[in-house]
Write a protein that binds this ligand. Sequence first.
Ligand SMILES: [Zn+2]
Length: 581
Amino acid sequence: MSNVLRATLLSLFGSLAPGCASPGPPAATATPEAPGAPADLVIKAGVVRTMDPAKPRAEAVAVRGERIVYVGSAADTKAFVGPGTRVVELPGRAVVPGLVDGHGHLYGLGIALETPSVRGAKSVEEAAAVVAEAAKARPRGEWITGRGWDQNLWPGAAFPTHGPLDAAAPEHPVALRRVDGHALWANAAAMRAAGVGRGTQDPPGGRVLRDAAGEPTGVFIDKAMDLVEARIPADPPAVRERRILRAAEEALSCGLTGVHEMGIDDETVTAYRALAAAGRLPIRVHAYLAGEGRLEGLRGRAPDVDATGTAMFVLRGVKLFADGALGSRGAALLEPYADEPSTSGLLLMEPDALARAARLVADAGFQLAVHAIGDRANRAALDAFEALGPGRAAALRFRVEHAQIVSPDDLPRFSALGVIASMQPTHATSDMPWAPARLGAHRLKGAYAWRSLRSSGARLVFGSDFPVEDASPLLGMYAAVTRQDLSGQPPGGWMPEERLDLDEALLAFTAAPAYASWAEGQRGRIAPGYVADLTVLGRDLSPDRSLVDTPIDMVVVGGRVARAGAPALRPDRHPMSRPTQ
Ligand SMILES: [Zn+2]
């Protein structure tokens, strides 16, 4: 992981935490097998929501190998049942096409899941206990990094020393950032590994705290943090694979069969490829390389193309940032912030740099995904895409990530340019308490504007941006159809005219991400010939608060049961606040 990505993740989680020439896949050509040929798996449920306009509802699905061979009545599945067929009877349950998160950070979730959070610890001992727990879970010698301690919450409010961390994890180097990111707390093993000792000088802009004898105490201020952090080795492949697998399990438990992995480095790509090649990656990952730093390197490489829709890992895109986040007033707006008129935010890439980057990505045949929150950033992204010439951005399925605040003048441009609007419904319900203050009433039109975009003809892909938000697509659907928080506020929903209906929300978590990953005709629908990626829910979906607690009963990926009998989602896992954005 790049340092920039690491820093971004740290700041977000607090807790560390094509070619244009290559056509999309052909439409599925497989035809339903003649009755008599047995299926491997038959699922009979209360209802099958197929997302197939030709047959929107069914009762049963039959699967052979990786593909669906039959969709229809439960009675007619008899013809597909042979001695080796696994028949699963799930009365009252609902089957939907495999749910896909169109914008998540699977590797980032893996980091977050195994990073000890010492945030809120009320004493040195409490913080050290968290580290001791983390040490148990990983091999000796592996670094433990984390964040969140604040000595002002502790008795005496003094800076800590390395002693408690030595006791907690004597054989693991430990380095924990303070809650504000401006101090590092290390143990003796970390200082040894970094070669820090009595003779270490304070670097310019930094300070090493020392005891009366001049020995470093374990706390490093500002630039002195580098003395330790620069010596932390890159994560080895086995650690990366472990994180991916752990995060994939979490994603499966949320009912996901696929994720669009929004920005990873080459080492993480290698880990994904190794897992996929070994048949160990349990969910599908459509990945994007992170960052400007990798643009030049694109010239020599080609995007992955998966013509069958069955690949578990595909690297086909590049992710760039046009601006920052709204919460921190880093989103680039056309007019100043309503609650801080001295600033209108900041473009992280100037329009001409963005346009050059878009051309470079297009020429290399990759798919570009541009993070754009503010209306100025969205305009810059659309301008850059338009400058490629007629039809080019559409052919390459370029996308805008978040598309959060869009000038009403620019709303129709998504459809006109064929640009995908990749949005996260829970961002709206997380931001609604404070977004109006940032934006002012006049600018809310065009903010989190799912209905407006959809009505204009734009393609909406939904995701969660996990682990910034919870990974559950059911939470996203709930936010999309209600625009309310989990307690049902505000009554009627926030800007209710932008709500979607349930089928539209489901489409944005199924068929739409399939299109965005060149898998239309292969995935995103339950129909004969399609890949058997299925999510089985404990009951049918209904457009209300009950969505959130709908149990995930089974997840099928490529015809294989990847997860069965997952526990119901727990409400306490659903933070609906997102302080950083
Ligand atoms: Zn993201």
